[in-house]
Design a protein around this ligand. Structure first.
Ligand SMILES: [Zn+2]
Length: 210
């Protein structure tokens, strides 16, 4: 007969879920501030920078696109020390990117991993079309295409959301983004270039609870 989980483990899991939910809510609030007011000077003082010398405790790990129009700290209204950020074109998942995400989730114990997709993503559009890219660029686009084509065929309208969900699913299936046996919560946000707002495409149940 399997043993019951200890109360201590339950508490820890619940505490991490609550921390992930609060972090996600803060990112949504930060994005609303950004969309309403543009770039915000947040947590950029000399004193605040100095306080981070001793260590870091980011509230979320983010994997986003390299697109210059979607810097995660700015569009989510966060300051230095708030986000551990990995950026690859189209949120492509290569080994070094995954290792960087694991550093945040496994070594620092960050309970929330955000996949930040965006509309008008050139990498996604390149993956949907015929191209003759070779070398590193070909490898990159091929990795995105590999996740996409099974999901949306050649439908570019569904491609951005499809790529976002495929990335979320791939990170959950990976099973390595965990701390002390507790998996991080992986969520998907889609940034809309036209409004400056993110939509929550997959919250892993975090926003419904409480
Ligand atoms: Zn992009």
């Amino acid at each position: 007969m399997p043993s019951e989980p200890s109360l201590e483990v339950d508490d820890s899991r619940e505490a991490r879920r609550k921390a992930a939910a609060e972090a996600l809510r803060e990112l949504i609030r930060g994005n609303a501030r950004f969309a309403a007011s543009g770039l915000i000077d947040t947590k950029l003082s000399v004193e605040e920078r100095a306080a981070l010398v001793a260590g870091q405790s980011p509230r979320a790990v983010v994997i986003g696109c390299v697109d210059s129009r979607v810097p995660p700290e700015e569009v989510l209204g966060q300051g230095i020390g708030d986000l551990l950020t990995v950026r690859t074109a189209g949120q492509s998942l290569s080994g070094v990117a995954l290792g960087s995400l694991e550093f945040g989730a496994c070594q620092l114990g960050v309970p929330l991993v955000v996949v930040l997709g965006h509309t008008h993503c050139g990498a996604v559009l390149a993956a949907m079309g015929d191209n003759d890219l070779t070398g590193h660029l070909g490898e990159l686009v091929g990795e995105v295409a590999g996740r996409l084509v099974d999901l949306v065929g050649q439908d570019p309208i569904r491609a951005t959301g499809g790529n976002l969900q495929a990335t979320v699913d791939a990170l959950r299936a990976l099973g390595t983004l965990a701390y002390d046996g507790h998996p991080a919560h992986v969520v998907g946000l889609l940034y809309h270039l036209d409004t400056g707002l993110v939509s929550v495409e997959d919250d892993d149940g975090l926003l419904a609870a409480d």
